[in-house]
Design a protein around this ligand. Structure first.
Ligand code: F6R
Length: 611
C-alpha cells in the first residue's frame, strides 16, 4: 500500500517521478504528491489520483534533478491534501515519503508536542519526520545519523525516503517491512516500491533489505545497516520487459490480464510439466521432497484471492497426497499463537510477495522451525526471499488491482506441487497421475476456449448489472471458485455478493432468494454434479435467477438455468483454473457497464503492506 518513487541524476526528476507514480497507482490512489529541490524545497500535493496532481502542476516551474513522489492508500488520517505525502519537517528543510505504519507514533507525537512541535496532518509519517528533524537539530551532524537513531526507536513498518534542502545531492532511504528497489543507471539512481517505474531506464537493481539504509547520490550508492556498517549492494538483473506493464491496446489492465491467461499459465507450466514423459520438474519441491512426502500436515497461509487458491489447493493436496491440509487467513494465523512444530510444512501464497500479514506469519513460523515454501509472483519480493524454497508463478506483472492471472497461475503451480508430492509419495496412482498431467497440459488451450465466450458473458453481465446482491454457489473443488467469483464481483462492481458451498445455502442464505436475486452456480461436470443440480432446483423453486457455468456437452442444467456459460470440460481437479475465467469476466463487464474504474476499485490497493 502506498507507492513511492524517487530520482536523483542528470534528468528532470518530475517527469520520471510522475510516470513512476502512475505505474505504482495500483498500490494506492487516494492522494499523491511530489517534492523537488532546486534553489530550495518545493512540495506539491493533491487529494485524488495522480492525474489530478498532474493537472494542478501544469505550467509550474518543476525543474529539478532530485525529487521524491508518493501515491497514498490512507492509513492514518482521511484522504485529503493535508495528509498527502511528501511531508515537510518543522525546520522546513526536510521532506519525506513513507510507505508503512509507525505503530508507536502516538507516543513519539506526544513527546514532540511537549517540545513545541505542531502538526499539520494526522499522519504517522509527519511524526516520524519531525522525530528525525528533532534528533537532527539537537545532535547536529549528519542527517543519516539522525535517521539511524530515529529508526532504532520506531516500532512498525516503513520504507522512507528523505531529502534535505541543504544537501540537494543526496537521497536517504531506509526499509523495514515495506518494499524498496533501487535502479542503478549511469550517473543516476531511481527508487521505487517495485521495479515498474525503473524498468524503462535500467535493468540493474538492488533490492534493499530490512534494517538497511541507503545513502544515494547521482553516481554513488552506499548501503549500511542500522549499526552504520557498510554492506555491499547485491545487484540483480531485472527479467521484465516494458510491454508487460503497459495496456497493449486493451481498455483496461484487468481485461488484458484476463486475456493473457492462456500464455501466463503456459509460461507457468513451461519447463516444469512434461506430460508426455510423466515428469514435473520443480527444484524447490525436489529439494524438500523428503520432508514433504513425510509431512504429517501442511499449513497454507494467504489472504484474499490467494487464500481462495489455497482452499482449492487443500482439496487437491488432500486428494492426491493424503496429507491433512489447513488453510489459514494470514491475519488470523499470526495473532493466535498457532501450533507450529519444527519440520511442519507451510505454503505461503502471495501474488505481490509483500502482503504484511502473510510475511509476518511465515517469519514467525520460520523461527519455530517450519519449512516455508513460497508460491509467489513477484520475483525478489519479501515473501519469496523469506521462504526456504518454492516456485514462482511467472504470471508477469499484474497491474489490475483485482487479481486474475496471478490466481490461475497460483492454481497451476499448486496443482503441480500436489501432483509431484502425491506421485513421489505413492498416494497418486501412476495412471491417474499421467491423466492429470495431460489435463494440466491442456489448460492453456481450454482457458483460451473459455475466453471465446466473452460476448455471451458480457450479455449476461449487462442483464444483471443492476442487481444489488448476488450469490455464488459451488461444491467440492468449485466451492472456492464460487468464493472467488463473489469476491471479484464485490471488488469490481460494488455489488454485494456472497459465496457458499451450494448445499450450505439451505442453512440460511436461501432466505435471500427472490425473483430478483442472481445466483451463479459453478456447475461443471464433477463428482458432485447431481447434487449441485438438486441445489439448483431448490433455487429455481424459489424463483431465483440462475446463471450456470457448465461443461461443454452437458445439458443437464439447461432447463433449470436462466443463463448458461459453457466452458470446456476438464477433470474436476483441474477445472477450477478454467472455471475462474467466467467469474473474472462477469465482474469485469459489470464493473465497466456501471462506469467504475475496474483497474483501481475504490478503497483497495494491490499490495497490502500494512496489517
Ligand atoms: C483480490 C485481491 C486480494 C489479494 C490479497 C493478497 O482480487 O487481489 O484479495 O489476493 O490482498 O495479496 P497477495 O496475493 O499479493 O498476497
Amino acid at each position: 500500500m502506498c507507492g513511492i518513487v524517487a530520482y536523483i541524476g542528470h534528468r528532470e526528476a518530475y517527469p520520471v517521478i510522475l510516470k513512476g507514480l502512475k505505474r505504482l497507482e495500483y498500490r494506492g490512489y487516494d492522494s499523491s504528491g511530489v517534492a523537488l529541490i532546486n534553489n530550495g524545497l518545493r512540495v506539491f500535493k493533491k487529494q485524488g489520483k495522480v492525474a489530478e496532481l498532474e493537472e494542478t502542476l501544469v505550467g509550474k516551474d518543476l525543474h529539478a534533478n532530485i525529487g521524491i513522489g508518493h501515491t497514498r492508500w490512507a492509513t492514518h488520517g482521511e484522504p485529503c491534501d493535508r495528509n498527502a505525502h511528501p511531508h515537510v519537517s518543522r525546520s522546513g528543510k526536510l521532506a519525506m515519503i513513507h510507505n508503512g505504519i509507525i505503530e508507536n507514533y502516538m507516543q513519539l507525537k506526544q513527546d514532540l508536542v511537549k517540545k513545541g512541535y505542531e502538526f499539520t496532518s494526522d499522519t504517522d509519517t509527519e511524526v516520524l519526520l519531525n522525530f528525525i528533524d528533532d534528533i537532527h537539530s539537537n545532535n547536529g551532524g549528519e542527517l543519516e545519523e539522525a535517521i539511524r537513531i530515529a529508526l532504532k526507536r520506531v516500532v512498525g513498518a516503513y520504507v522512507i525516503v528523505v531529502i534535505d534542502e541543504d544537501h540537494p545531492d543526496t537521497l536517504i532511504a531506509a526499509r523495514k517491512g515495506s518494499p524498496l528497489v533501487i535502479g542503478i543507471g549511469k550517473g543516476e539512481h531511481f527508487l521505487a516500491s517495485d521495479a515498474s517505474p525503473i524498468i524503462e531506464y535500467t535493468k540493474e537493481v538492488v533490492y534493499v533489505n530490512d534494517y538497511e539504509l541507503a545513502i544515494i547520490k547521482s553516481d554513488e550508492l552506499i548501503l549500511k545497516n542500522l549499526g552504520n556498517e557498510k554492506i555491499t549492494p547485491f545487484i540483480t538483473k531485472l527479467d521484465m520487459e516494458l510491454a508487460a506493464i503497459e495496456k497493449g491496446g486493451y481498455d483496461h489492465f484487468m481485461l488484458k490480464e484476463i486475456f493473457e491467461q492462456p500464455n501466463t499459465i503456459f509460461d507457468c507450466l513451461r519447463g516444469r510439466l512434461d506430460a508426455a514423459n510423466g515428469s514435473i520438474t520443480m527444484s524447490g519441491i525436489q529439494q524438500y521432497a523428503e520432508q514433504l512426502t513425510t509431512a504429517s500436515r501442511i499449513i497454507i497461509i494467504a489472504c484474499g484471492t490467494s487464500w481462495h487458491a489455497g482452499l482449492i489447493a487443500e482439496y487437491i493436496f488432500e486428494e492426491v497426497t493424503r496429507i491433512p491440509v489447513e488453510v489459514e487467513y494470514a491475519s488470523e494465523f499470526r495473532y493466535r499463537n498457532p501450533i507450529v512444530n519444527k519440520g511442519d510444512v507451510i505454503i505461503a501464497i502471495s501474488q505481490s510477495g509483500e502482503t504484511a500479514d502473510t510475511l509476518v506469519a511465515i517469519e514467525s513460523a520460520k523461527e519455530k522451525g517450519a519449512i516455508i515454501l513460497g508460491v509467489v509472483n513477484v520475483v525478489g519480493s519479501s515473501i519469496a526471499r523469506t521462504s526456504h524454497a518454492g516456485a514462482y508463478t511467472h504470471a508477469g506483472p499484474e497491474i489490475g488491482v483485482a487479481s486474475t492471472k496471478a490466481f490461475t497461475a497460483q492454481l497451476a503451480v499448486l496443482t503441480m506441487m500436489a501432483l509431484k508430492i502425491g506421485y513421489l509419495k505413492g498416494t497418486l496412482p501412476e495412471k491417474r497421475y499421467m491423466h492429470l498431467l495431460t489435463e494440466l497440459n491442456d489448460v492453456p488451450e481450454k482457458v483460451g476456449a473459455a475466453l471465446l465466450n466473452k460476448e455471451n458473458i458480457e450479455r449476461i453481465a449487462l442483464k444483471y448489472k443492476d442487481a444489488t446482491d448476488a450469490l455464488f454457489l459451488g461444491r467440492g473443488y468449485n466451492f472456492p471458485v464460487a468464493l472467488e467469483g463473489a469476491l471479484k464481483l464485490k471488488e469490481i462492481s460494488y455489488i454485494h455478493a456472497e459465496g457458499y458451498p451450494a448445499a450450505e445455502m439451505k442453512h440460511g442464505p436461501i432466505a435471500l432468494v427472490d425473483n430478483k436475486l442472481p445466483v451463479f452456480f459453478v456447475a461443471t461436470k464433477d463428482s458432485f454434479h447431481e447434487k449441485v443440480l438438486s441445489n439448483m432446483q431448490e433455487i429455481k423453486a424459489r424463483k431465483g435467477k440462475i446463471i450456470a457455468i457448465v461443461s461443454e456437452g452437458d445439458d443437464a442444467a439447461n432447463s433449470l438455468a436462466d443463463d448458461l456459460i459453457v466452458v470446456p470440460y476438464a477433470d474436476e481437479l483441474i477445472a477450477p483454473i478454467i472455471n475462474a475465467i467466467p467469474m473474472q469476466l462477469i465482474a469485469y463487464y459489470i464493473g465497466v457497464a456501471k462506469g467504475y474504474d475496474v483497474d483501481k476499485p475504490r478503497n483497495l490497493a494491490k499490495s497490502v503492506t500494512v496489517e
